[in-house]
Design a protein around this ligand. Structure first.
Ligand SMILES: Cc1cc2nc3c(=O)[nH]c(=O)nc-3n(C[C@H](O)[C@H](O)[C@H](O)COP(=O)(O)OP(=O)(O)OC[C@H]3O[C@@H](n4cnc5c(N)ncnc54)[C@H](O)[C@@H]3O)c2cc1C
Length: 270
């Protein structure tokens, strides 16, 4: 069946078209959607996209940074203000994928993908979602669990906290194939400190649940602690709390639970 490609200058017109045309899908970089259409696992009569400028802009503003949903992983990896995110973007697919895959699309990527979303969760991201004429902001952790993800709404942008320092943001990804490969587990952490003690740390996991999740028990166990063996012991003890990993061709759920604390320890003490 032929699939029409419809391009709109304004995002709100694209959203309106998406709402009125049954069988339409929003197109990001197409790395998953086009592949799924070709192999027949997804059916659609049209793909809708927007060339609105804000969708491809990166706008640092003080302590927060806004990235349009159409920004690609390659652009993230190359941007001088986003050096702390380059190691995350560089672990997503190979160069061809990174040139196409968008920040917005990664929020919809199925398990065990979604590594960029993991970093965003650790950086207290909010998602700007356009479902009518005006955008609405939602915390990313709520968005990842919400029905909006599979609905007719379009992500316009994602806004996240600039880390306290480059050292305060850490990311590790374990995969079977190098330099690229799907996650066995990925972990991102923002570890602000005051007087040598962690202050409101944020930790997020990928491939440990159907979507990226926050490790809230770990965050609570680290708060006020020092980053040494004694200070992180309780966090390691509760590392897998709230996790529901799946078994897939890359790893079993058992293996994911086993390696998670090992990689969390490395990340915290690195
Ligand atoms: C070979 C390969 C390797 C990969 N490796 C990794 C990896 O290691 N780590 C990882 O995290 N990911 C990986 N991915 C997934 C990759 O990150 C995704 O392909 C990408 O993030 C999806 O982005 P896209 O812009 O191409 O989305 P598309 O393919 O265009 O769309 C995917 C889905 O998201 C929806 N969508 C896209 N943009 C928006 C938006 N702005 N608002 C609402 N809905 C939207 C589409 O409607 C569709 O349902 C890999 C993919 C491939 C094909």
């Amino acid at each position: 069946m032929p699939v029409a490609l419809k391009t709109y200058d304004r995002l709100r017109d694209a959203v309106a078209a998406l709402g009125s045309e049954t069988g339409s899908r929003y197109l990001g970089g197409g790395t998953l959607l086009v592949r799924n259409l070709i192999e027949g696992s997804v059916q659609a009569s049209s793909m809708i996209r927007s060339t609105e400028r804000s969708m491809t802009e990166i706008r640092p503003a003080g302590g927060r940074i806004t990235v349009g949903a159409g920004v690609t992983m390659a652009q993230i990896a190359a941007h001088p203000d986003l050096k702390f995110l380059a190691p995350v973007a560089r672990t997503i697919g190979g160069p061809a994928i990174r040139n196409m895959a968008t920040v917005g699309g990664n929020l919809f990527a199925p398990y065990p993908y979604g590594d960029f979303a993991v970093a965003m969760l650790a950086l207290e991201a909010t998602v700007s979602v356009q479902s009518g004429y005006s955008p609405r902001d939602t915390a990313l952790d709520e968005f990842l669990l919400s029905a909006d993800r599979g609905n007719r709404a379009v992500v316009a942008a994602i806004t996240f906290r600039r880390p306290e320092s480059d050292r305060a943001f850490r990311y590790v990804k374990m995969s079977r194939t190098h330099p690229k490969g799907a996650s066995v587990v990925s972990i991102a952490a923002h570890l602000p400190a005051s007087g040598g003690r962690l202050s409101s740390p944020r930790v997020a996991y990928g491939a440990m649940a159907p979507t990226a999740i926050r490790a809230k028990a770990v965050e609570a166990a680290l708060n006020g602690k020092t980053l040494d063996e004694a200070g992180i012991a309780q966090a390691l003890a509760v590392a897998t709390e709230g996790c529901h990993p799946q078994t897939d061709p890359f790893a079993s759920d058992w293996y994911r639970r086993e390696v998670l604390p090992v990689y969390l320890k490395r990340l915290l003490l690195s």
